[in-house]
Design a binder for this molecule. Sequence first.
Ligand code: BES
Ligand code: ZN
Length: 855
Amino acid sequence: MTTEKKNIHLSQDINPKEYHLTIQPDLKMFVFTGEVDIVLEVKKPIKSITLHADEIDVTKATFNDALVGEITHDEDSETVTIQFAKTLPVGEGKLHLVFTGIHNDMLKGFYRSKYYIDGKEYYMVVTQFEATDARRAFPCFDEPARKAIFIVTLLVPQDHTAISNTIETEIKELGNGLKRIRYAPTPIMSTYLLAMIVGKFEYIEKKSPEGVLVRVFVTPGKKNQATFAVDAGVKILSFFTKYFGIAYPLPVLDMIAIPDFAAGAMENWGAITYRETALLIDEKNSSTANKQRVALVIGHELAHQWFGNLVTMDWWTNLWLNEGFASYIEYLAVDHLFPEWDFWAQFIFLDHVRALELDGLENTHPIEVEIEDPNDINEIYDAVSYSKGASIIRMLAEYLGYEHFEKGLQKYLKRHAYQNACTEDLWQALEDVSGKPVKKIMNNWTKKAGYPLITISETGKEFVLSQSRFYSSALSQKKATDKTQWVIPIGIVSSSQKEPTYHLMEQKTLHIPKNGDWMKFNAGEKSLVRVSYPPTLLNRLEEAIKKKTIAKEDRFGILRDLFVLAEAGKASTDQALKMSLAFTSDAAYIVWVELATEIAKVANLVSEEPYYEDFKGFAKSLFSDIVKKVGFEPVKGEDHTQKLLRSVVLGQSAKYGNEEVIKKGQTLFDQVVAGEITLDADLRGVVYTIAARNGDEAVYNALLTRYRKETLEQERDRLFLALSSFKQEELIKKALAFSLSKEVRTQDSFKVAMMTSMDQQGKYLTWEFIKNNWDDILNRYSGTYLISRFITPMDSFIHAEQAEEIRVFFKIRKAPSATRTILQVLEKIESNALWIHRDAAKIATFLKSRQKVSL
Ligand code: BES
Ligand code: ZN
């Protein structure tokens, strides 16, 4: 777990202004050659220039066409230094560099990606520069604050398509099978946003009302999957233009589907790259969830065209300004496009809960975190930067009011356009517009780790709220010394007042006069806090839940917090399980997602207890009413969330042994395999998984055959996840081995381990597999944030010995960009071990008393 810290800030004595970059990729040998003229300003008399360069070989360097420089590469600091015999004159100058580099297969830098046309294999080359991999494509000042203009020229095969950030200004046939394409200068921008893509593509296009051409590029044969994206792109672009009050500065916005892609998508200015599953929709074969994902990712990346590209964080410490913000504003875009999706409700489990979970650990980190090493940067593309960032923005927007919020953003963007900014700059603009003390409120939310638990106690006429940092692990709580106090905007609803009243909790405690039969704190789950209720109030809330006189977001929050308080030892699990019974007649999608999550956690926890089967029976009965209500048959004209709800409750019912559901699922699968029916896309995922969890090798082979033939990536994903869902040891091992085989793209292989580790037996096998293949995994994923995806699933182990084993394993092994993840996993396991020890007997008693009731 050792990482050497490197000082990666380059000198400020010289400043790049323009890069005139010419690159010639080689799609057969996977090497490229390039030249760059960097127009720069020399601010002090210096004799050497140090730039970033990684796995590229700079072979020639001259200054102002006259001075020849001596070149030294330094691998550790990822730099190249050009030493001159004479002092460089202060003022503008030109550094000319000639270099070669590699089109690697590591999904970063200027990498290669494989695709097929009519079964024949081809390669494209594509860039992925964020966070620090522009230096793998050309020598540059690879830091977000070193903004410059890029004038790109590409030399590419005649019959290929080349895409960069801006529009072509000249295309010239060179006669040797190559063409030279020059692109218009980019806006002034950071290196990580530059893009170059060369391959065989088709595209469709549409003009936005503002006159921007939106194009979607796909590999040949997939054009019919681009319609949804081009429509969404046009609408969202138009929406953001109005919302931010600033025109999109380029004439074209390209969105490109890339077959091999580490992240979901990347916001390169004017040339956004996507994983196929995050961009392409096949009207017949993509599911409702697939569509939602595509709309969300497009919303996210388009938000970055302003928030991130136009105004950029000054350093990676402020990464959250990019990612947290885009993760909030993406919902606005989707909600605008599809108001009938009720999409904000999903924020609570897609982001808010993820933030609460990760940030409830001792081994979390503040949103603003010091960054020294490139590996540290990869590590913070996590739920803190994304989901906690998004959640505190939502909390603030709610408190300031949406008009002030929008005006403040506009002010921030105008004030810092084409420049860099830090967190305080955003608070300042919002403060200027709203007149509220934004900085004072927000400081501890971004500068301190964690968030508060608000404990409510009752006196005669009042409730007393008291805050302290929350830890989900009883052990971490015991060790804790953190006395942070947050300034908390908190909304309150009650039985007699449905519209929330807002208070600003500025001290450790706050007194609130009682109102009505019940009161719910953190109305609408808008603030990043958890709440612990006194028993009497909790009972009244339970009644309100049964009667559904309380909003679904609030029902969700009460349930979620009670379960985590049980985990933390501040409530007991039987209490939480009893509360879950209040939801059996609930119909809200988000509520069932939450029940499924919490029940699965407890199921995992008790999986080695003698009463495990009884617990499964309890879980099955919990889902029995709702599964009857939604059934297998999609209903014409039903709500968006009803479609999503169906696969959740079917999947859960089958998981806990509902025979009827399992049989029906298996029958449907058999009919699909026999070619007798085409399943509704929304049902496929759950049907495949039911077949797998209850199936044998024949089912495995049937899924594999389909996986190999399928060309729609979303369908391949469903099949792939099902392949990883079998229960037999042999098939689990087979799936794991398959995940690292040549047939599976690196971008996908980590998903297998995530699935096979869903239950205890599978988790042991998965951990064995990871240990045995660590070198291979390291080779594939080193230096990307995907590596942590192999480690996180182990956090549901329930014995302290397993924590110890993991600790020992990684003590002597490298796990770059996963240092913090390992600590988080250990903390979780230790917490689980305490949890089951504390509550095993209580859960047993609860289950027994339930059986008596049903007799
Ligand atoms: N800027 C990121 C892509 C990225 C992630 C680059 C990690 C380098 C390292 C992009 O804007 C992003 O956040 N993509 C998300 C999509 C999303 C909807 C949250 C992703 O890739 O998952
Ligand atoms: Zn992003």
